[in-house]
Design a binder for this molecule. Structure first.
Ligand code: AMP
Ligand code: MN
Ligand code: MN
Ligand code: MN
Length: 283
């Protein structure tokens, strides 16, 4: 069975609508899907409705990717299998939305200092529409205005940590995100541990801090992970008694990242779904 427990729709910075994302997941053979938009769960009922209306066999698990700050770095925590209507979760995500709006405005002001484009926040906001705004929308506005040629260049030149448009991480700490996921009955997963470009020593430090804050698992399978990285993550998971999750972090169709692709664990990982009654014995 294929568990893709990390992906994005137009409800945050993905390019497919929840409906299109679901259709693609079905097409790619995903059996269990979690939609994990940045700091919002608004897409989940839309996906579930499509599943119900069409009597599809794919299963949807509630998901969210929460932005947190650790050691001045943006660290992402994926919440899985929680009650999206839990009041503490709703309140937490409402606050994340406010931080996102304020941060996007501040990024806009910083990017405008280059004198290359104006009305950055307004332009990005129009692209985000009803969705949760993020740096991906600012990057798209920069492309639209001819300031950069693609998303990678927008981040590399302007939006990544240390660049002119970067706002120091405004997010709450990891523990608050892990706590609210637990309060809502779910599990907290350290998202894409290899994505932070940390040294081995710092990755271990992060894993220890995450476990110490009550974290349940780490993403040990992603579609672009090389086998040695999978082995490294499997070893960390075993050493710190963490479960494993798998997810593509799909945002849009490309040659590199695909829903459901290559989501296998290295040996020794106990999947997060071993905690979920329906999937206890599945791998
Ligand atoms: P935000 O949540 O607004 O901080 O934006 C984070 C998102 O930006 C990630 O989920 C990716 O979609 C994208 N992103 C972050 N870093 C890069 C990068 N170096 N190149 C391309 N996209 C990136
Ligand atoms: Mn994203
Ligand atoms: Mn992320
Ligand atoms: Mn993601």
């Amino acid at each position: 069975m294929i568990f893709d427990l990390h992906c994005h729709s137009t409800v945050s910075d993905g390019k497919l609508t929840p409906k299109e994302l679901l259709e693609r997941a079905v097409d790619k053979g995903v059996d269990v899907l979690a939609l994990t938009d940045h700091d919002t769960t608004d897409g989940i009922p839309l996906v579930q409705k499509e599943i119900d209306d069409n009597e599809l066999a794919i299963k949807l698990i509630s998901g969210v990717e929460i932005s947190t700050c650790w050691e001045n770095k943006d660290i992402h925590i994926v919440g899985l299998n929680f009650d999206r209507n839990h009041p503490a979760m709703k309140e937490y995500l409402a606050n994340q939305s406010i931080i996102r709006e304020e941060r996007a405005q501040e990024i806009g002001r910083r990017v405008e200092k280059t004198k290359l484009i104006d009305n950055v926040y307004q332009g990005a906001k129009a692209i985000a529409g009803e969705g949760q705004i993020g740096r991906g929308h600012i990057a798209r506005f920069m492309i639209e205005q001819g300031m950069v040629k693609d998303n990678a260049q927008a981040f590399k030149k302007y939006l990544a940590r240390g660049k002119v448009g970067y706002v120091p991480s405004p997010w709450p700490d990891m523990k608050s995100a892990i706590d609210v996921i637990h309060q809502a009955g779910g599990q907290a997963i350290l998202a894409h541990p290899m994505g932070y470009k940390l040294s081995g020593k710092w990755l271990r430090k992060l894993t220890i801090a995450f476990k110490g804050a009550g974290g349940d698992g780490l993403e040990a399978a992603g579609c672009q992970l090389a086998p040695p990285h999978r082995q490294h993550l499997a070893a960390l998971a075993q050493e710190y008694d963490l479960l494993g999750s798998s997810g593509s972090d799909f945002h849009f169709p490309s040659s590199w990242i695909e829903l459901g692709r290559s989501l296998y664990f290295a040996k020794g990982v106990t999947p997060i779904w071993s905690l979920w009654p329906d999937y206890e014995h599945v791998s």
